[in-house]
Design a protein around this ligand. Structure first.
Ligand SMILES: [Zn+2]
Length: 126
């Protein structure tokens, strides 16, 4: 399975979308009228950074979770080929400015007595 490539334009559009959400963050933090004259740039930056980290965590969490759900309940052992059940396994994953809990599937082959990760793109068919 090939990894889809995103063009610079597509990434720019996503960034523009998130920039619009930044207006919602500002409104949530300071209300309709925005920050008062007593609010310094450092405080604004703290709010923007917290929101950006939350956006990164939420987006990664969603993508990882949906991807994990696509892994089949069974996967062939890479050594003996026996179909083995997979189970959910969670690990912390550090990303740029965020830490997310990655839910992934791991399989165990009783015959080979080893754990293995189902290969990406394995549909479980065939
Ligand atoms: Zn095996």
């Amino acid at each position: 399975m090939s990894t889809p490539r995103f063009t610079a334009e597509e990434l720019d559009r996503l960034r523009a979308l998130a920039a619009e959400w930044g207006k919602i963050v500002s409104k949530r933090a300071f209300g309709e009228d925005g920050p008062g004259l007593d609010v310094d740039f450092r405080t604004m930056e703290q709010i923007a950074t917290a929101a950006a980290q939350g956006l990164t965590e939420g987006a990664l969490q969603q993508m990882l979770q949906q991807q994990a759900q696509k892994v089949p309940d069974e996967s062939p052992c890479p050594v003996c080929g026996e179909r083995c059940p997979t189970r959910t396994h969670t690990r912390a994953l550090a990303a740029q400015g965020a830490t997310v809990q990655q839910a992934e599937r791991i399989a165990h082959c009783p015959a080979c007595r080893r754990d293995f990760f189902p290969p990406a793109g394995d549909s479980g068919v065939g």
